[in-house]
Design a protein around this ligand. Structure first.
Ligand code: FNR
Length: 181
Protein backbone atom coordinates (compact mmCIF):
# COMPACT_ATOMS: atom_id res chain seq x y z
CA UNK A 1 0.00 0.00 0.00
CA UNK A 2 1.33 3.42 -0.96
CA UNK A 3 2.11 5.71 1.95
CA UNK A 4 1.27 9.31 1.15
CA UNK A 5 2.03 12.33 3.37
CA UNK A 6 -0.67 15.02 3.15
CA UNK A 7 -0.02 18.73 3.60
CA UNK A 8 -3.05 21.01 3.99
CA UNK A 9 -2.57 24.71 3.27
CA UNK A 10 -5.43 25.85 5.53
CA UNK A 11 -5.36 25.79 9.33
CA UNK A 12 -8.97 26.74 9.95
CA UNK A 13 -11.60 24.50 11.50
CA UNK A 14 -14.11 23.65 8.80
CA UNK A 15 -11.62 24.12 5.98
CA UNK A 16 -12.95 22.94 2.61
CA UNK A 17 -9.46 21.81 1.73
CA UNK A 18 -9.33 19.65 4.85
CA UNK A 19 -12.77 18.32 3.92
CA UNK A 20 -11.38 17.34 0.52
CA UNK A 21 -8.45 15.59 2.22
CA UNK A 22 -10.83 13.63 4.47
CA UNK A 23 -12.93 12.70 1.44
CA UNK A 24 -9.86 11.47 -0.43
CA UNK A 25 -8.57 9.54 2.57
CA UNK A 26 -11.84 7.64 2.95
CA UNK A 27 -12.77 7.19 -0.70
CA UNK A 28 -9.40 5.73 -1.72
CA UNK A 29 -8.70 3.73 1.41
CA UNK A 30 -7.83 0.68 -0.70
CA UNK A 31 -5.42 2.59 -2.93
CA UNK A 32 -3.29 4.52 -0.48
CA UNK A 33 -2.68 5.26 3.15
CA UNK A 34 -2.89 9.03 3.70
CA UNK A 35 -1.03 10.36 6.73
CA UNK A 36 -1.47 13.99 7.68
CA UNK A 37 1.78 15.91 8.13
CA UNK A 38 1.07 18.80 10.49
CA UNK A 39 2.36 22.17 9.31
CA UNK A 40 0.73 24.29 12.03
CA UNK A 41 3.44 23.75 14.61
CA UNK A 42 6.43 24.38 12.33
CA UNK A 43 8.42 27.50 13.25
CA UNK A 44 9.19 30.05 10.56
CA UNK A 45 12.02 28.80 8.42
CA UNK A 46 15.32 30.17 9.71
CA UNK A 47 18.60 29.38 8.00
CA UNK A 48 20.44 29.78 11.32
CA UNK A 49 18.74 26.67 12.74
CA UNK A 50 18.32 24.52 9.65
CA UNK A 51 21.20 22.17 10.55
CA UNK A 52 19.86 21.62 14.04
CA UNK A 53 16.13 22.23 13.78
CA UNK A 54 13.53 21.74 16.53
CA UNK A 55 11.96 18.31 16.94
CA UNK A 56 8.73 19.35 15.19
CA UNK A 57 10.68 20.14 12.04
CA UNK A 58 12.69 16.92 12.16
CA UNK A 59 9.52 14.83 12.68
CA UNK A 60 7.79 16.63 9.81
CA UNK A 61 10.73 16.10 7.45
CA UNK A 62 11.02 12.43 8.46
CA UNK A 63 7.34 11.84 7.77
CA UNK A 64 7.65 13.30 4.28
CA UNK A 65 10.96 11.54 3.60
CA UNK A 66 9.54 8.13 4.47
CA UNK A 67 6.40 8.56 2.34
CA UNK A 68 6.13 7.16 -1.19
CA UNK A 69 4.53 10.41 -2.31
CA UNK A 70 2.99 13.66 -1.14
CA UNK A 71 -0.49 15.12 -1.57
CA UNK A 72 -0.72 18.90 -1.19
CA UNK A 73 -4.24 20.30 -0.84
CA UNK A 74 -4.36 24.04 -0.60
CA UNK A 75 -6.57 27.09 -0.74
CA UNK A 76 -5.56 30.14 -2.76
CA UNK A 77 -4.59 33.20 -0.75
CA UNK A 78 -4.12 36.39 -2.76
CA UNK A 79 -3.51 34.46 -5.97
CA UNK A 80 -0.84 32.23 -4.46
CA UNK A 81 -0.31 29.56 -1.81
CA UNK A 82 -0.81 30.46 1.87
CA UNK A 83 2.38 31.52 3.66
CA UNK A 84 2.05 28.68 6.13
CA UNK A 85 2.30 26.15 3.30
CA UNK A 86 5.21 27.96 1.64
CA UNK A 87 7.01 27.92 4.99
CA UNK A 88 6.56 24.14 5.25
CA UNK A 89 7.83 23.65 1.71
CA UNK A 90 10.83 25.88 2.41
CA UNK A 91 11.82 23.57 5.30
CA UNK A 92 11.49 20.56 2.99
CA UNK A 93 13.71 22.21 0.36
CA UNK A 94 16.81 22.37 2.58
CA UNK A 95 19.45 20.07 4.08
CA UNK A 96 18.18 16.56 3.13
CA UNK A 97 15.99 18.02 0.36
CA UNK A 98 13.45 15.27 0.89
CA UNK A 99 11.19 16.27 -2.01
CA UNK A 100 13.76 15.67 -4.75
CA UNK A 101 12.29 13.05 -7.07
CA UNK A 102 9.25 12.56 -4.80
CA UNK A 103 5.90 12.09 -6.57
CA UNK A 104 3.60 14.98 -5.62
CA UNK A 105 -0.09 15.47 -6.40
CA UNK A 106 -1.72 18.86 -5.85
CA UNK A 107 -5.36 19.83 -5.40
CA UNK A 108 -7.31 22.79 -4.10
CA UNK A 109 -10.75 24.09 -3.25
CA UNK A 110 -12.16 27.61 -3.39
CA UNK A 111 -15.62 28.99 -2.72
CA UNK A 112 -15.07 31.25 -5.75
CA UNK A 113 -15.09 30.58 -9.47
CA UNK A 114 -11.41 29.90 -10.11
CA UNK A 115 -10.88 26.86 -7.92
CA UNK A 116 -7.30 27.76 -6.83
CA UNK A 117 -5.90 27.80 -10.38
CA UNK A 118 -3.48 30.63 -9.69
CA UNK A 119 -2.27 29.14 -6.40
CA UNK A 120 -1.63 25.77 -7.99
CA UNK A 121 0.17 27.34 -10.96
CA UNK A 122 2.50 29.01 -8.43
CA UNK A 123 2.80 25.77 -6.53
CA UNK A 124 3.95 23.95 -9.66
CA UNK A 125 6.69 26.54 -10.16
CA UNK A 126 7.78 26.23 -6.53
CA UNK A 127 7.87 22.44 -6.78
CA UNK A 128 10.19 22.66 -9.80
CA UNK A 129 12.83 24.76 -8.01
CA UNK A 130 16.33 23.31 -7.51
CA UNK A 131 15.93 22.37 -3.83
CA UNK A 132 12.63 20.62 -4.51
CA UNK A 133 12.47 19.03 -7.97
CA UNK A 134 9.35 17.04 -7.15
CA UNK A 135 7.89 14.66 -9.75
CA UNK A 136 4.43 15.71 -10.95
CA UNK A 137 2.03 14.19 -13.43
CA UNK A 138 1.69 16.30 -16.58
CA UNK A 139 -0.88 19.03 -15.91
CA UNK A 140 -3.24 18.17 -18.77
CA UNK A 141 -6.06 16.10 -17.35
CA UNK A 142 -4.55 15.91 -13.88
CA UNK A 143 -5.37 19.30 -12.34
CA UNK A 144 -7.78 19.16 -9.42
CA UNK A 145 -9.31 22.63 -9.20
CA UNK A 146 -12.56 22.67 -7.23
CA UNK A 147 -14.61 25.87 -7.53
CA UNK A 148 -17.94 26.89 -5.96
CA UNK A 149 -17.24 24.79 -2.88
CA UNK A 150 -20.52 25.55 -1.14
CA UNK A 151 -22.39 23.73 -3.93
CA UNK A 152 -20.14 20.66 -3.92
CA UNK A 153 -19.59 19.87 -0.26
CA UNK A 154 -22.23 18.51 2.12
CA UNK A 155 -22.40 20.74 5.17
CA UNK A 156 -23.62 17.92 7.39
CA UNK A 157 -21.02 15.29 6.53
CA UNK A 158 -18.29 17.81 5.59
CA UNK A 159 -17.37 15.74 2.56
CA UNK A 160 -17.16 16.43 -1.18
CA UNK A 161 -20.34 15.02 -2.71
CA UNK A 162 -20.41 16.41 -6.25
CA UNK A 163 -20.50 13.27 -8.40
CA UNK A 164 -18.78 14.52 -11.53
CA UNK A 165 -15.96 16.08 -9.51
CA UNK A 166 -15.53 12.83 -7.58
CA UNK A 167 -15.40 10.79 -10.79
CA UNK A 168 -12.75 13.13 -12.19
CA UNK A 169 -10.66 12.83 -9.01
CA UNK A 170 -11.04 9.02 -9.20
CA UNK A 171 -9.23 9.05 -12.54
CA UNK A 172 -6.47 11.41 -11.40
CA UNK A 173 -5.83 9.36 -8.26
CA UNK A 174 -5.60 6.15 -10.32
CA UNK A 175 -2.98 7.78 -12.53
CA UNK A 176 -1.09 9.16 -9.55
CA UNK A 177 -1.03 5.80 -7.73
CA UNK A 178 0.44 4.16 -10.82
CA UNK A 179 2.91 7.04 -11.24
CA UNK A 180 4.08 6.82 -7.61
CA UNK A 181 4.63 3.06 -7.55
C1 FNR B 1 -8.78 34.16 0.39
N1 FNR B 1 -9.64 33.57 -0.54
C2 FNR B 1 -9.29 33.54 -1.88
N2 FNR B 1 -9.99 32.78 -2.77
C3 FNR B 1 -9.59 32.70 -4.07
O1 FNR B 1 -10.23 31.98 -4.86
N3 FNR B 1 -8.52 33.42 -4.51
C4 FNR B 1 -7.77 34.21 -3.69
O2 FNR B 1 -6.80 34.80 -4.12
C5 FNR B 1 -8.16 34.29 -2.32
N4 FNR B 1 -7.44 35.04 -1.43
C6 FNR B 1 -7.67 34.91 -0.08
C7 FNR B 1 -6.79 35.49 0.83
C8 FNR B 1 -6.98 35.28 2.18
C9 FNR B 1 -5.98 35.85 3.16
C10 FNR B 1 -8.07 34.53 2.65
C11 FNR B 1 -8.27 34.27 4.14
C12 FNR B 1 -8.95 33.97 1.76
C13 FNR B 1 -10.85 32.87 -0.08
C14 FNR B 1 -10.54 31.40 0.20
O3 FNR B 1 -10.62 30.68 -1.02
C15 FNR B 1 -11.56 30.85 1.20
O4 FNR B 1 -11.42 31.50 2.44
C16 FNR B 1 -11.41 29.35 1.37
O5 FNR B 1 -12.53 28.83 2.05
C17 FNR B 1 -10.13 29.00 2.12
O6 FNR B 1 -9.93 27.60 2.12
P1 FNR B 1 -10.37 26.69 3.36
O7 FNR B 1 -9.89 27.35 4.62
O8 FNR B 1 -11.87 26.59 3.30
O9 FNR B 1 -9.72 25.38 3.11
Amino acid sequence: MLKIAVLIGSLRQGSYNMQLANTMKERYINKWDLEFADIRSLPFFDQDIELNPPHTVRAFMDKVASADGVLIITPEYNWSVPGVLKNAIDWLSRVDKVLIGKPVLTAGVSPGMMGTIRAQMHLREILASPGIQAKLLPPAGNEIYISSAALKFDETTNRLVDESTLRFIDRVVDRFVEFAH
